[in-house]
Design a protein around this ligand. Structure first.
Ligand code: NAD
Length: 507
């Protein structure tokens, strides 16, 4: 927690949402929400007390009694209204997001839009939460399944997508008939709160959606709370692993989407201009603070000669505040994040990688206090170097080399992470080989950031994920429901008795 500044005393407070009411926390622990381009204190966020967390869960528990019985059409219509409200308020949502998180305004709209797609998906719940029926599994016997909501579910979200990731969670949980307690990132909770206000305006009843704020203690309280049935977590591997272990031991259903190190392979036959554009956009967009950011490029054969052109492209990107027109790379989220990224750049040099482009301490007129790091490119990067082994989460691209596609695939498969990967090629055979042999959950073919739309599920794998089922798509319906299988036989007076059946068989 940072100490409140004099600016902070004047800043508005972020509220809790408990039982349908936005309330002031009674805590004594607060943290400033800071504009990363200017260091202006935008708000103060509370670290909720244990009593407030209990009250949020209790209100969700109470609301579940009626919400679980709400007609599926009534649930769907709330999300139809909600998607309309998000569209109408898009510019305001993006502005709040840019102010507290730093990404550019167009990218902030993208953040909201990727969440909006999940809200649209939630509006089609009537087609998604369907059971199965098998007629006559034995004489006069039918078997069918019900997908029933679990109860109170919780979501814990990271700073880098403060609109999209909360929208991955509560709309689908609530549309399936659950009630929800959300704990947004304490670094940028304001756009999340505006989205929550709009959700209530769309008709989500009191207690069905609740919000608490905080850090480690709040997360541990969620993991331990006896009335919470399922937890969705998105964030770093360290915290996600802790959440998974702690909450699983408490008998909860848990899904954790975690850290990454996403590689792309560039084949020498790839379309050079399209590929270099895609690499620069995916490595440096959002200042590299995407879990699907491209952080390692494996250049195969002749494509290794493209490094100067890639560096030239990176140099053309404009580093400035997200509100400035034409900005490509905004600030990283905090001073601590900037120090960490710059420290890793120093480690990369010390470990023997070649610094092709140094983005440290760029000049950003008008925003001298901002947490800026410009596009940075290293070549000759190898496993064992800190810049390869750690998730940098900044605008730093690592280049490695391979003689052929087999060596490149082997290189990627040796990395423990499995969030995203891509190949750039004009060969269908190379693309198909990559798709079949790569051990990563989300694969792009000439697409640098292959985040699936909600008709599918987000499907990171290996060290990037714990739990079997991903957010949104079909998988999340299974995550947020319990399958109940009913086997039924009906007799009428004309049914002939078959006597006592002492076997396990259905007759
Ligand atoms: P983080 O792990 O620091 O924080 C995530 C959440 O955990 C926050 O709500 C935070 O309050 C809480 N938290 C922080 N420290 C904690 C602790 N010690 N104990 C319990 N809870 C704690 O992550 P972040 O820095 O906000 O987000 C960036 C990370 O998230 C990156 O590693 C990125 O790859 C990952 N991420 C993954 C995906 C994905 O889908 N795989 C998506 C977005 C972000």
């Amino acid at each position: 927690m940072n100490a409140p500044t004099s600016q902070a005393v004047l800043a508005p407070t972020v509220k809790l949402l408990i039982g349908g009411k936005f309330v002031e926390s009674k805590t004594t622990q607060w943290r400033d929400v800071v504009n990363p381009a200017t260091q202006e204190v935008l708000a103060r966020v509370p670290f909720a007390t244990p009593e407030e967390i209990d009250a949020a869960v209790a209100s969700a528990q109470e609301a579940f009694k009626t919400w679980k019985k709400t007609a599926i059409g009534a649930r769907a219509r709330i999300f139809l209204k909600y998607q309309q409200l998000i569209r109408e308020n898009m510019a305001e949502l993006a502005a709040i997001l840019t102010a507290e998180q730093g990404k550019t305004l167009p990218d902030a709209e993208g953040d909201v839009f990727r969440g909006l797609e999940v809200v649209e998906h939630a509006a089609s719940i009537g087609n998604l939460q369907l059971g199965e029926l098998a007629n006559n599994v034995a004489g006069g016997v039918d078997t069918y399944t019900l997908l029933q909501p679990l109860g109170v579910c919780a979501g814990i979200t990271p700073f880098n997508f403060p609109a999209m990731i909360p929208l991955w969670m509560f709309p689908m949980a609530i549309a399936t008939g659950n009630t929800f307690v959300l704990k947004p990132s304490e670094q940028d909770p304001m756009v999340t709160m505006r989205l929550v206000e709009l959700a209530l305006e769309a008709g989500i009843p009191p207690g069905v959606l609740n919000v608490i704020h905080g850090g480690e203690a709040a997360v541990n309280a969620i993991c331990d709370h006896k009335d919470i049935k399922a937890i969705s977590f998105v964030g770093s591997t360290k915290v996600g692993t802790h959440v998974y272990n702690r909450a699983s031991l408490n008998g909860k259903r848990v899904q954790c989407m975690m850290g990454a190190k996403n590689h792309a392979i560039v084949m020498p036959d790839a379309n050079k201009e399209q590929t270099l554009n895609a690499l620069a956009g995916a490595a440096f967009g959002a200042a590299g603070q995407r879990c699907m950011a491209l952080s390692v490029v494996v250049l195969v054969g002749e494509s290794q000669k493209w490094i100067p052109e890639l560096v030239a492209k990176a140099k053309t990107l404009k580093v400035s505040a997200g509100v400035e027109k034409g900005t490509d790379v905004g600030p990283v989220v905090s001073c601590a994040a900037k120090d960490r990224v710059q420290g890793l750049i120093e480690r990369g040099i010390a470990d023997g990688a070649t610094l092709e482009l140094d983005g440290r301490n760029p000049s950003v007129p008008g925003y001298e206090k901002g947490n800026f790091v410009g596009p940075t490119v290293f070549s000759g990067v190898k496993p064992g170097m800190s810049i390869y082994d750690q998730e940098i989460f900044g605008p730093v691209l690592c280049l490695s080399a391979a003689a052929d596609i087999d060596e490149a695939i082997e290189f990627i498969n040796s990395n423990p992470n499995g969030n995203g990967t891509a190949i750039f090629t004009q060969s269908g055979a190379a693309a198909r080989k990559f798709q079949e042999e790569i051990d990563v959950g989300q694969v792009g073919i000439n697409v640098p950031i292959p985040v699936p739309v909600p008709l599918f599920s987000f499907s990171g794998s290996r060290a990037s994920k714990l739990g079997d089922l991903g957010p949104y798509g079909k998988q999340v319906i299974m995550f947020y429901t319990q399958t109940k299988t009913v086997t039924a036989r009906w007799f009428d007076d004309s049914t002939v008795s078959q006597g006592v059946n002492t076997t396990i068989s259905l007759k």
